[in-house]
Design a protein around this ligand. Structure first.
Ligand code: ATP
Length: 442
């Protein structure tokens, strides 16, 4: 892993963002847990997506479908047959790899050559109920999308939506990836944020282009650096069996082959899914158009994003090391200082309240201010160590604002607000502090 990634992975563990799952038992390959700060960052990311895709629109509704579905779903959707990657095995050490991710010689033993590629299904099998037989077997869903397609009719009827309209969902997905890796880039359990936007046949090109633009805009709005994002349209031969057109939003991951890799895919899935489910289930999944008095099978545009992968990209994008430290922290030997320049809407902790002394009356005043702000945002109160060190702790986890309570605060009812990136300081009245942050954080 590149040096920069090693540092980020270590920060993530040390500060409680992300660490290997069931670590005390040696972990489980491709599985990660999110700690106290990681869970907040993840919630903020999902909330930002939900706000943009569902809350701010009249034409999109939400859904939370079950992870376990009737196995017939996966037959009809094509996953049983097509959810495969080409697998090769080293003839010497017998380690297995994804064919498109390795060269001629085994990267582990460096000696062996590979067997012919064979298809390997990525769905994780499980059984439901007390009898383990053919009939009880199903899979943990490998994508959230199918939960939307099978519920299309019920959701459309209950929400009285007219075409074009969307159904959005955030939830876990599971893939038995042959080679998980690059931290949370490729894991075996992850979360997706998927929108299925249903449209009239023939309007697919227009909406496909619309959603590519919309989604790119969202990434910029949550703070991504423009130069680290790009669009990549798939050439025909790369398209999945269900797709008429796919464009990926890619991020400049430091470990990516060729410098870029996918964080979200926007696909024109035509009527592939509804048609297959209609045929397999013998249920009518068509839409009755009141204007033309015709029944149509909707086409669908799907922006499909990975929570964990976007979160990793956000952390990489925000991570910065300042050699020699930042000017105000002279007492800490001028070693390298880390700043996570996360957008305030995404940062796990919004404000840290730091009294200059560990004693009354500053501690009481500090705790009161923290209690007031906590009603709206995630706040940390910290009275330990020097002020420079406390600023550093907050910079390292991306807290955009620190509030310092000093001896003057008791007399003038003001505190000092320090902004993470510019390190500018400003005196703000305690009575106005809530409104002050409302403008800055939202
Ligand atoms: P890849 O080519 O990297 O395997 P994909 O094209 O199979 O990905 P999609 O099926 O389009 O991925 O899934 C949509 C999104 O879900 C991806 O853009 C990614 O952000 C996320 N995702 C997919 N697989 C994984 C995984 N194994 N771990 C983490 N996130 C994933």
């Amino acid at each position: 892993m590149p040096d920069e990634m090693e540092k980020l992975v270590s920060l993530c563990k040390r500060r409680g963002f992300i660490f290997p799952g069931s670590d005390i038992y040696g972990g489980l390959a491709g599985i990660y847990d999110y700690g106290p700060l990681g869970v907040l960052l993840k919630q903020n990311l999902k909330a930002a997506w939900w706000k943009r895709v569902v809350q701010e629109r009249e034409d999109v509704v939400g859904l939370d479908a079950a992870i376990l579905m009737n196995a017939k779903t996966w037959e009809a959707s094509g996953h049983t047959k097509f959810m495969t990657d080409a697998l090769v095995e080293c003839k010497k050490c017998h380690h297995r790899f994804r064919a498109d991710k390795v060269g001629e010689t085994c990267p582990d033993c460096k000696k062996g050559t590979f067997t012919e590629p064979r298809p390997f299904n990525l769905m994780l099998k499980t059984t439901v109920g007390p009898v383990e037989d053919e009939g009880s077997a199903t899979f943990l869903r490998p994508e959230t999308a199918q939960g939307i397609f099978v519920n299309f009719h019920t959701v459309q009827q209950s929400s009285r939506q007219k075409l074009p309209f969307g159904i959005a969902q955030i939830g876990k997905a599971f893939r038995n990836e042959i080679t998980p890796g690059n931290f949370t880039f490729r894991t075996r359990e992850f979360e997706q944020m998927e929108l299925e936007y249903f449209i009239k046949p023939g309007e697919d090109k227009k909406w496909y282009e619309y959603w590519i633009k919309e989604r790119m805009k969202w990434f910029l709005d949550i703070g991504f650096k423009k130069q680290n994002l790009r669009l990549r349209e798939y050439p025909k031969e790369e398209l999945a069996h269900y797709s008429k057109g796919t464009t990926d939003i890619e991020y400049a991951f430091p470990f990516a082959k060729g410098g870029w890799d996918e964080i979200e895919g926007i696909a024109n899935r035509t009527d592939f899914d509804l048609k297959n489910h209609q045929e397999a289930s013998k249920q009518d999944l068509s839409y009755f158009d009141e204007e033309t008095k015709e029944r149509v099978l909707s086409y669908v545009i799907e922006p499909s994003a990975g929570v964990d992968r976007i979160m990793l990209a956000l952390l990489i994008d925000a991570f910065e090391e300042v050699e020699g430290g930042r000017t105000e922290t002279t007492e800490s030997n001028k070693d390298t200082e880390t700043v996570l320049r996360l957008h305030p809407s995404i940062a796990p902790i919004k404000v840290a309240v730091l009294p200059l002394s560990k004693k009354e009356p500053l501690t009481k005043l500090g705790r009161d201010i923290a209690a007031g702000l906590r009603k709206r945002w995630m706040i940390q109160y910290d009275e330990t160590a020097s002020i420079g060190r406390r600023y550093r702790r907050q910079d390292e986890i991306g807290t955009p604002y620190c509030v310092t309570v000093d001896f003057e605060s008791v007399d003038d009812n003001k505190v000092t607000v320090r902004e993470r990136d510019s390190m500018k300081q400003e005196r703000v009245g305690i009575a106005e502090i809530g409104e002050y942050f409302k403008d800055k954080i939202g």
